[in-house]
Write a protein that binds this ligand. Structure first.
Ligand code: BG6
Length: 496
């Protein structure tokens, strides 16, 4: 494995939850797995007044609680923590960035680091552009003495125009190849494996098209409700929170053409082509091809979205959506892609199911009343693996058959702790300068174009009505109707 060059990692928003739960535990696991360079430092920056020791103590707790690999399994905390520092910052004060520059220079001298820097923006999104612009103003974006990259957390904009504006302001300081926009779904092993499965096996790709596939289902279902995030969530809703990023990524990886080599530009070109081929429903089709819903306990006792603290009582924000989309190109013409995602559902399960067409002619009809078509499911989480459903003969007289399931799961083959956490892979790639698993500017903007059109359709008087679903179920009946209209139904293949 290639190792990154010696580097200084600066995390803005270092007193926040993401740094505590994900970023530092991921960096520590990378150090454990000997994937970080020999020489590195991590400087946390945030508004809180913390000493280096306060910061280290908090990060140690995060590593112990959330790290895949912890101190007793590999790198002793004492070795790691001596490379961890904290610098208080006022985001709107240029002098504060000058102080940060001095701190970085001093530490880089002490640790003999060459001046390669990775800035990670894990702050509220309204600070992304101001931070980047101030980095530019104080000279911290200059790559004169080493590589400089910036990692930007989601959400990247809240609609097409804000995403364009943000891209423009960031491009005023950094070149596109220095910018790493995070979608943590791309860091998931099982999501990357969609590409390996499709393009490293010869048997699936020839049938991966409209001739053999009836439809595709992408389900990203969550059992958690909006919890303490209502303030953010009520302004965002499920389309912006989940579809613009995660579901669109899953769709593009499932539908894209193979790039000729594994290369960030070529790969992302293919993904953008898929997005450009999606013409979101407009007019009456918004009503027939989309569903929006909120969770609401009928008995008034269970979780109810508009009663969550911080949510407006008359809110129209959906916590669940289902969409029927089409990728208008030669491979996929006429094949529906059904996407659904929601909160407060029966179980957490993320899966992509490819439903193949029925056999063209059935020999055994007299003895089989219902023959199910083949289905291939990518179980993305939590029980990572595959299921392939096919018909097999029931032993005994006659030619009766029934569907059976062929499965593969990662844990028994590779071990329970074998799957790195998403942030491990993404941080490592950003340190290596490989942007393949990050969203490009045009990719984000094309995805917002689709989401904006649906969102606008929902805001019109003839859009689909807001429906409701009982928490702890699989969603609203309107989502079933969406598929039933063409004689199809949703399936869950990766959970009991
Ligand atoms: C985040 C969303 O991007 O993804 C959350 O903001 C959601 O609302 C989360 O819960 C789901 O991520 P995962 O990795 O648990 O599927």
């Amino acid at each position: 494995m290639q190792k990154p060059d010696p580097i200084t990692i600066v995390i803005f928003g270092a007193s926040g939850d993401l740094t505590y739960r994900k970023l530092v535990p991921a960096l520590h696991s990378l150090a454990c797995a000997k994937l970080l360079p020999e020489d590195f430092i991590i400087v946390g920056a945030a508004r809180s007044n913390l000493s280096h020791e306060d910061f280290r103590t908090r990060m140690n707790e995060g590593v112990e609680k959330f790290g895949r690999l912890t101190g007793d399994q590999c790198m002793p905390w004492a070795d790691f923590s001596q490379r961890l520092f904290y610098q208080r910052i006022s985001y709107d004060d240029t002098d504060s960035y000058t102080t940060l520059t001095n701190t970085l220079q001093k530490l880089e001298k002490e640790f003999k680091l060459p001046g390669n820097r990775l800035f990670y923006l894990s702050t509220p999104p309204s600070l992304y552009a101001p931070i980047v612009e101030t980095l530019g103003a104080v000279g911290l974006a200059s790559s004169d003495s080493g590589s400089v990259r910036v990692v930007i957390e989601k959400p990247f904009g809240h609609d097409l125009s804000s995403a364009r504006d943000l891209n423009k302001r960031i491009h005023g300081v950094f070149k596109e190849d220095q910018i790493y926009r995070i979608d943590h779904y791309l860091g998931k092993e099982t999501v990357q494996n969609i590409m390996v499965f499709r393009f490293a096996n010869a048997i699936f790709e020839p049938i991966w098209n409209r001739r053999y596939i009836d439809h595709v289902q992408i389900s990203v279902l969550e059992d958690v409700d909006v919890g303490r995030r209502a303030g953010y969530y009520d302004k965002a809703g499920v389309l912006r929170d989940m579809f613009q990023n995660h579901l669109m990524q899953l769709l593009t990886l499932t539908a894209m053409e193979p790039p000729t080599v594994w290369d960030a530009t070529l790969l992302r070109n293919e993904k953008v082509k898929v997005l450009r081929a999606i013409h979101p429903p407009t007019g009456a089709a918004v009503r027939t091809n989309t569903v929006r819903a909120q969770y609401r306990a009928a008995d008034g006792k269970g979780p109810t979205y508009n009663k969550e603290p911080g949510v407006a009582p008359h809110t129209q924000t959906p916590t669940y959506a289902a969409l029927e989309l089409y990728v208008n190109n030669w491979r996929w013409q006429g094949v529906p892609f059904y996407l659904r995602s929601g909160k407060a559902l029966a179980k957490k399960v993320t899966e992509i199911t490819i439903r193949f067409k029925d056999v063209p002619h059935m020999l055994f009809n007299a003895e089989n009343t219902s023959i199910e078509a083949n289905e291939l499911s990518f179980c993305l989480q939590p029980d990572e693996g595959f299921h392939l459903g096919f018909q097999t003969k029931i032993p005994g007289a006659g030619m009766r058959s029934e569907p059976v399931d062929m499965t593969f799961h990662f844990a028994p083959t590779f071990g329970v702790k074998a799957l790195p956490q998403a942030y491990e892979r993404l941080l490592l790639d950003a340190l290596l300068g490989d942007a393949a698993l990050f969203s490009r500017a045009d990719e984000i903007e094309n995805s917002w174009r689709i989401i904006d059109a649906i969102q606008q359709g929902w805001e019109q008087s003839d859009g689909p009505p807001l429906s409701f679903y009982e928490p702890g179920t699989w969603g609203p009946s309107a989502a079933e109707t969406l598929l039933a209209a063409s004689g199809r139904e949703w399936g869950i293949h990766c959970a009991d």
